[in-house]
Design a protein around this ligand. Sequence first.
Ligand code: GAR
Length: 214
Amino acid sequence: MDERRMRMGVLISGGGTNLQAILDASAAGRREAEVVVVLANHENAYGLERARRAGIPAAWVDRSAYQTFRAYNEALRDLLLEHEADLVVMAGYMRLLGTEVLDAFPDRVLNIHPALLPAFPGPSGIRDAFEYGVKVTGVTVHLANEKFDDGPIIAQEAVTVADDDTIESLEAKIHEVEHRIYPEVLQLFAEGRVAVEDGKARIIPLAEGPSGAR
Ligand code: GAR
């Protein structure tokens, strides 16, 4: 972004270790992006506590308080707009997003998934890949759409599954990659270096400059 830091609204459902990695990267001044609001669909999501500790507005948005999926998504959208978010960052947010949010932030809603999409989408990507017996899995960061774990891929990193890996050791390896790669991709957004053309995302090399970015 130009003069000001890019403003991120983060959506979570649970522990928020990815949120923490993003907060830590911002706090360290290594990123030209700041988290301005954290919204959770579970009252006890520990990520809400992480946000409050960092002095960031955090709220539980209770789906059951809204009559329709649309009304719930309108509430999410309004909160994000109220906090002047530029980018919506799904960090372990385990619900679909409605068009109300997606249309308000075109090509500006991101998701992270702990597998190499389009393989093993869904809520248990690490376990599904492990139980299948793949030798390589990994992490995907992509632009979100109205389907689960779907949309233009921005970055992927492979993680090798060793013969002696357990589900726990594989989880640890995947999370380590997630906590590094998500802040890196957010920084690329802040620098205007992610372009979306013909339904595909592309990182603009430094020499090319930000003019092609959307
Ligand atoms: C992360 O591993 C994230 O990739 C995954 O949920 C976890 C949240 O952990 N997301 C999905 O599976 C999306 N389909 P965190 O709350 O500790 O960041």
